[in-house]
Each structure stands twice: as C-alpha cells, then as structure tokens.
Design a protein around this ligand. Sequence first.
Ligand SMILES: Cc1ncc(COP(=O)(O)O)c(C=O)c1O
Length: 409
Amino acid sequence: MSTSSNERLWARLCAAVPYGSSTCSKAARYLPEEPAVVERARGCRLWDVDGREFIDFRNGLGPITLGYAHPAVDHAIREQLGRGIVFGYPHRLEAEVAELVQAVVPCAERVRFLKTGGEAVAACFRLARACTGREHIVQIGYNGWLNSLAAGAATLPRADAGTTPSGVPASLAAVHHAAPWNGLPALEQLAERLPGRIAAVCVAASYADMAAGREFYPALREFTRREGALLIYDEIVTGFRVATGGVQEYFGTVPDLAVFAKGIANGMPLSVYCGRRDVMDCCDRGGPVVISSTYGGEALSLAAAKAVIGVYRAEDVIGHLWRQGEAMWGALNRRFEAGSIPLRLRGLWPCPQFVPEPGAPPGLLDRFFRAACHCGVTLYHVPYVNFSHTAADVEEALSRLDRALETLA
Ligand SMILES: Cc1ncc(COP(=O)(O)O)c(C=O)c1O
C-alpha cells in the first residue's frame, strides 16, 4: 500500500522527535487529511509536502498576523541578513524597536527583548518577586510551558495537569497558583490564604469569553493595588491582534508589566517584556535582578518587528483583522446555526474560540476540523484571519467549509 510523503515524513518525525513535533499543539491529529508536514506558505495559503493546498487559519498558532512571506517583512529580514544576525554589542535596531514598542504599548515605559513568550513571562515573575520581596505568583490561563508550575495550572492551552505538573518540585509548585478567568472570588480566597504574600497576578484572557475583560481587568487592577501585588498581562495572543497595544489598549486598563510575542514579528522569534519604569529598572545595570540571554537582541527578528510595526502604523491591520474575522467567523456561526450543528465561535473576531454547545456529541469539533482539512481549510481552536485574507479568500474558505459541513450533517 502506498503512503503519501505527508504520512512518511510524519512517521519519520515521530521516530526522531518526541510528540512528533517540538511544539505539542502542532502535532498532527487528523491524518491523512491534515497537512502534518508543511512544505511552504504564502499569504493565507499553505502547501504540504504532497503539494496539497490549504487556506490557513492557524497562522503558525498565532505569530502570523500579516500573512506568510509578507513582502515588507521579508525584505527587512533579507536586508539585515546581509549585515549580520547577532553581535557582541547591541545593534541600533534594539533601540529603534524598543522605542516603537514604547509608542504603541500603553504600559511600556521601558522595554526588553527575549525570544519566546514563556521566557518573557518568566522574566516578569522574576521582576515581580524582586520588586515586592514576595514569592507567590497567581496565574490565569496558559503562560508557556516553562511557567506551568502550579497544581491545576494550564500545561498547554486548553489542558491542565490537574495535580502538580510532572517534573516540578513540590516546593516550586507551592508558590504558584492557578486561578480562573473572570473569577474574582477565587482570587479573594487566595488573598485570604496568603495575606501580603502575592507578588503578582499574571493574566492571559479566556478567548471565548474575552468580553468579560471589560469588568475583569479593572477588577484585577483594583485587587492587585489593594494587595500590593503587580499586575502582569500576558498579551502573547491579544497583542497586535485585538488592538496593536493588546487588551490594555482595547479595554483601557493598564498593567504594571506586559509580555508580547506572537504577532510582533510576523513569525520571527521575538518576545518583549515591558512596563513600569521603576519595575523594569530592577533589571537595569546595578539593579538586583539579572535577566540576560545571548539572543535577546538578535537583529533579524528586530528588523522584522520594525517592519511589522511600520505596516501596522501605515495600514489598518487591526481594522482588517476585526472586519475579516467577522466576515469569516460570523458567517461560519450562521452556517452552524442554519445546519443545527452545535458548534459556535465565541469571543472577539480577531481571536475567537470554537466552543461546542451544551449537549454536542463528543468529538464533534474534531470531526469538523478533520472534514475542514479534507476540504482544504486548516483551523485551530483559536482560529485567526491575517492581513492577507481577502474577501475572495474568505468566500472560498466558506465554500470549502460548506462541503465539510455537509459531511457532518
Ligand atoms: C497566552 C500565551 N502565553 C504564553 C505562551 C507561550 O509562548 P511561547 O510558546 O512563545 O513560549 C503562549 C503560547 O501559545 C500563549 O498562547
């Protein structure tokens, strides 16, 4: 029996790479329909190793906001490549991009760079502990694998270990606490149990229920002020998507520290931790905290970020993500409703979440995702449009999904 290159390469990946992928959420689940191994992508389309074409709404699981191989970003990367990638001194781009972040992110009085989102969140925890002299961290949502330390904390988006995640010393788990989105009573209970001991609350939104942020972020702001703790926003998904400056710009409640990563460099590995001057200055020269990485100011990613922020300032990228998101996901919701299919997209149009309705048959969302792949559309639990999805792309994707929906009926 002949197998496709997709399946053969997937088998090779599984033999050599635990989980079949270095990123758990990228591992194929819907073979043979799914593009388990990608060959290339451009705009909003990708091709697998068998040459099958898909209209993509996974966007690298978030980083691609302008579209794959965006000309201005790729040009900036190529230009910088000719001048060097990383040096034994900072490059001028480090100052330029830090200033751009200051200009577009409300809380960003000072700015520093790392490579991954989880790493930047860990830097904020270090700063919060040093500034407050306290140990306990409260986490709402997923903040990267490196910070999945509390019993019941998210070990991946939409997954939690229940107990202390394996490989985490009990003493470390004891100073990390998971709390639910939009759940002030749980925070109040923690504050009662740990009076004067909470260093920070770090919050990543629940995408299906983002609208609750209008009340929840101000409530968190008040809670952390009262408790003398820092408020950290994990804007890794929301930044450069809901608004350029993330939920702090969109909802208007400013945290002490914030982290950005996906979205800032259209796929190049760059993360930002930024915030209040007095807190960020704890990792200044002579400050008590040392946070340092060889690749922090790597210039190809900074060149990409400068180009990305330039595009966001010159063009209505955010407006496009909202409008095209509504055109795509609003239309899909109407199709679910018309076909009595108990699935919905909930949340804000730039980053909504698929949610099975109460009573939906188990596995329905997986069957839909598989059928979508079969018809040439790649989806994710939190699907995104990017700046390159045109009205024609949305129309074509919807007509492909019409065929997928027929197979579910
Ligand atoms: C909200 C949120 N925080 C943190 C992270 C971790 O970022 P990274 O995978 O770059 O470490 C992710 C990744 O999916 C995320 O969605």
